[in-house]
Design a protein around this ligand. Structure first.
Ligand code: PCA
Length: 180
């Protein structure tokens, strides 16, 4: 009967609609989640890059795993490394950026030379449920890209820090163009 045919056409159309948003790092439309823990955070030197790109702030987050250490480089910027000794979770902020901005971040972090490498990490949102910037409870764990240290010889020599805050940044950070 006619009614049945119309219904199945509707069903076929519905099956073509995109699946509901997945918690993966990247989406087909060029939107990428990035988790930042250092100079890219709000109020710090490199945040202007995210600001100019109109990156959207998703919220504060912490790595789900606790297998990391944050080191302070001589020029006052942080590096996260994977470790098994005195390992901890890393706190930061999650943003959504487009393809161009991800490329700019890759250039800033010099992933081509292996200064940092970009990997994907699971983070848990740490904001207060029900407040702006905090996703609903069922989406509190997300995959995002982040920049962590590639293999370097000097990692053992650098001091460890619990968090890269404004105090450390203001006291220690040397912008790239002023480094010797
Ligand atoms: N910039 C990147 C990695 C470390 C840094 O200083 C960030 O903020 O996540």
């Amino acid at each position: 009967p006619r009614g049945r045919a119309v219904a199945s056409l509707a069903d076929a159309t519905m099956s073509l609609s995109p699946p509901s948003p997945s918690p993966s790092t990247s989406h087909a439309d060029g939107a990428h989640r990035v988790f930042v823990y250092g100079t890219l955070k709000r109020g710090l030197h490199n945040h202007v890059l995210l600001e100019r790109a109109r990156a959207s702030f998703v919220g504060s987050a912490r790595t789900t795993r606790t297998s990391f250490a944050m080191l302070l480089a001589d020029a006052g910027y942080p590096y996260v490394v994977k470790t098994t000794t005195n390992a901890r979770a890393i706190d930061g902020e999650v943003y959504v950026v487009d393809d161009d901005t991800l490329e700019r971040l890759d250039a800033l972090e010099e992933i081509a030379t292996g200064m940092y490498s970009r990997e994907s990490v699971e983070v848990t949102m740490t904001g207060t449920p029900g407040t702006p910037g905090t996703p609903a409870a069922e989406t509190t764990a997300l995959e995002a890209f982040w920049y962590l240290a590639g293999s370097r010889d000097d990692l053992e020599r650098l001091p460890r820090i619990d968090a890269y805050d404004k105090r450390i940044h203001d006291e220690m950070y040397v912008p790239k163009h002023l480094r010797g």
